[in-house]
Design a protein around this ligand. Sequence first.
Ligand code: HEC
Length: 255
Amino acid sequence: MSDWSGSGPKAPWVEPGGFVHWDRDMTACFAADLTLDDCGRLLAPAGQWLPLDGPAGVPLRRLIGLDSTGPLRFGYGGWRDVILGVQYDGGDGARITVGGRAVKNVAGYDLCKLQVGSAGALGRLSAVICRTWLAPTAAVRVALAPRPALARELVATPLRPQWALLTPEEKSDPLKMGEKVFRFHCQSCHTVNGFNGIKFAVKGWQKDFLDIQIQNLNQLKGYMPPFLGTDEERRALVEWLYSLNNPPQQTAARR
Ligand code: HEC
């Protein structure tokens, strides 16, 4: 029988491939080598799911390490918001347990959240305990013109939108899309023109150089995460970053 809470040395919560579901508590423990598809399949009998985005076939260990995300974040948040506990093997081989089955176990620094986006730097994740949600029985998809204020109005209504994605109009305008990508992936640390401003950081950089730097973002300075967007999003980000110091309309006006 596993020890699910408290401190001190602990046996592994689950074996590789393992899964424990406390369906009435809406929590579950997953081995870190499972994929999101596995999680969906394992939770389905109880009518529950883990509402997080990430590429298919990739183990949770990697998804959490790179903080995978997508349109569901709008309604459910990211890994940071669903993880209650983790077990991982630290550099010296010791098994480390942080957090547990219940939110109340989290006292003081919520260290398990550090695993999110740590890209394995803190050790090899072996198991994770997450909140689970009731799987929706139906869904309605609505396409609206890109107007952020509208999203804010809708959130407060009983409609409670859970999923949001760039519309094709935005996708057809790389500058608009690039700005969105920046807000999503970079704004937590960079402003546009103020503290750690990105405009200044990329001054004089040509597009192909920008593209290479973003592809190697985690090696650029040592404290940036790898860029996790798609190729299309990266190209849009390049266009937008380039436009900061080379505004397209200004070039036209000078002619
Ligand atoms: C976790 C925080 C964080 C995130 C997220 C982040 N950055 Fe940074 N970035 C930094 C810091 C800190 C610096 C360095 C500031 C300094 O050294 O003066 C930096 C520097 C840079 C530089 C300048 C590098 C150089 O060689 O001078 C560029 C370009 C850059 N970031 C682009 C990005 C882009 C594009 C994104 C989003 C895809 C991003 N960053 C996301 C923290 C972050």
